[in-house]
Structure formats: C-alpha cells, structure tokens
Design a protein around this ligand. Structure first.
Ligand code: 6PG
Length: 247
C-alpha cells in the first residue's frame, strides 16, 4: 500500500517535506558522516528550497550534505530552463552552499551523462554495487513522467545504466530535445524517496500511477519502487482529488 501524505496546500506540503528532509539529512550525517541528496527540477520544489533557505545555514549540517540532481535539461546552467539555475537561485546562493555537483547540460548529452555517472562512483558502497542516495526528491509531470523518464522513451529500459541521455519529444518539453536523467535503477536504490506532487493537473496521472493498471511505459512514475528504502508520496488536495475514485 502506497505511503501517501495529503496536505491541504502546496505551502503545507512544502513545509512538511522540508522539515522531514532536514530530519533525514541530520540522521544520515550522524550515522554516516555525509548525506547525499538528489534534487528534482520543475517548479514544485521551489517553495521547499525557499523554505530551507529561510531556515538558514544552522538548520542543517550543510557542510556534510552533498547535493545532486536527478535530471537536467540540455541547456547552460544560467538558462531559465535549467534545474540547476532554479535551485541556485532559490537555495544554493541564499545559503552559500558549495557542496553540489550539477549535471553539465551544456555538454554533449552523452558526455554529460557519462561524466555524472563517473562522479557518482563515490556513492557506490562497493565496486559491484549501485550508487546509493540518502534522499531522492522527485516530481511528477501531468503525463506521469518523473525525473526525465518520459513515457515511451529509451531511458525507461536503461536498467544497467546509472545516468543516461534520453531523447524526448513531448508537448511538455516544447518539442524534441534530449534530457539527462538518472535511471529508475539509480533512483530505486535510494534509502528515502519522496514524490512532491501538487496541482489539479496531476490528479488524473496520479490516479493512473497509484490506482491504475501497471503500465510504466505510459506512466513512468510507476517505475519508482525502492529496492530497500522507503517511498512517500507528498500530495496536495488538488493532486489527490481522484485517488478515492473507484473505476
Ligand atoms: C524536470 C523535473 C520533472 C518535474 C516534473 C514535475 O526536469 O522538469 O525533473 O520530472 O519534476 O515535470 O514538474 P512540476 O513540479 O513543474 O510540475
């Protein structure tokens, strides 16, 4: 049964998710001396980042928290569409955070994916094991995608790769492009995975993902099933509006 935490508004969702992230990070640092967090892009996380920024440097052991991104657009880091830029403006710059490794969207996508995979080597508990994040933040698009795992795209089948370049042609990406994304395998090895989902446009895909038939090619968010960790769905009332529908 999915662990779903409903909130009246995105504001309440963002406060609760920020507080839990801080708690998970503090525990990771206590236990392992470091906390590796993969952040989501899109617009939903921005409020959470702004809340963390307002709480200040002393709210978390930021020197031991290392930030990564689950996906990136193939744009420069100062481009308006850059997931890194959104985080830089909302969180990194306000708190003066320097422990991060962005996906270099300005490079050839295959090269950027290869470089990010190499950078993640340090997260492998052992040579033959997968990189493990302490916390992975995910959003979900109105088509049921997550990270840049879009419906019917090659990355959905990339079970042996850590990060890939994924050719996407979707109305959500303003036409054909290439995204750089962690694969479902990488995301699923995380200790803690949190979807942050808000807005009425997510109600139908959320019903499909959580209540509909298993069809991960069409609804890639269904691929997110942690191997060992725990998955929680933070949803606002608008996104959860259809979850009680029997069909
Ligand atoms: C991206 C994100 C993507 C996002 C969803 C939801 O690069 O856009 O990684 O997976 O989380 O599209 O986006 P919103 O939060 O803007 O609805």
């Amino acid at each position: 049964m999915a662990d779903i935490r409903p909130f009246d508004t995105i504001d309440a969702l963002s406060v609760a998710a920020a507080e839990e992230l801080l708690s998970i990070a503090a525990e990771a640092v206590r236990e392992r001396g470091v906390c590796h967090v993969a952040l989501s892009g899109g617009s939903t996380p921005k409020q959470l980042f702004q809340i963390l920024a307002r709480l200040g440097r002393n709210a978390a052991p930021w020197e031991q928290i290392h930030l990564w991104w689950g996906d990136e657009r193939t744009v420069a880091p100062d481009h308006a569409d850059s997931n890194f830029k959104m985080t830089k403006d909302a969180l990194l710059d306000p708190l003066g955070l320097i422990n991060f490794q962005r996906i270099e969207g300005e490079l050839d996508p295959t090269e950027a994916a290869s470089k990010y995979t190499a950078a993640l080597e340090s997260l492998r508990p052992a040579k033959d094991q997968w990189p493990v994040f302490d916390y992975v933040m995910l959003g979900m698009g109105p088509d049921g995608h997550t990270a840049s795992l879009f419906p019917n795209t090659p990355a959905l089948d990339a079970t042996s790769e850590v990060v890939v370049a994924n050719p996407v042609d979707s109305p959500l990406t303003k036409g054909p492009t290439t995204r750089i994304t962690m694969t479902a395998s990488t995301l699923n090895w995380a200790r803690q995975i949190r979807f942050l989902i808000a807005g009425a446009d997510k109600a139908e895909p959320l019903w499909q993902v959580l209540r509909g038939a298993r069809d991960p090619k069409t609804y890639p968010s269904q691929l997110i099933r942690p191997f060992l960790g725990h998955l929680v769905w933070y949803v606002d009332k608008a996104a959860a509006a259809k979850l009680d529908e029997a069909r």
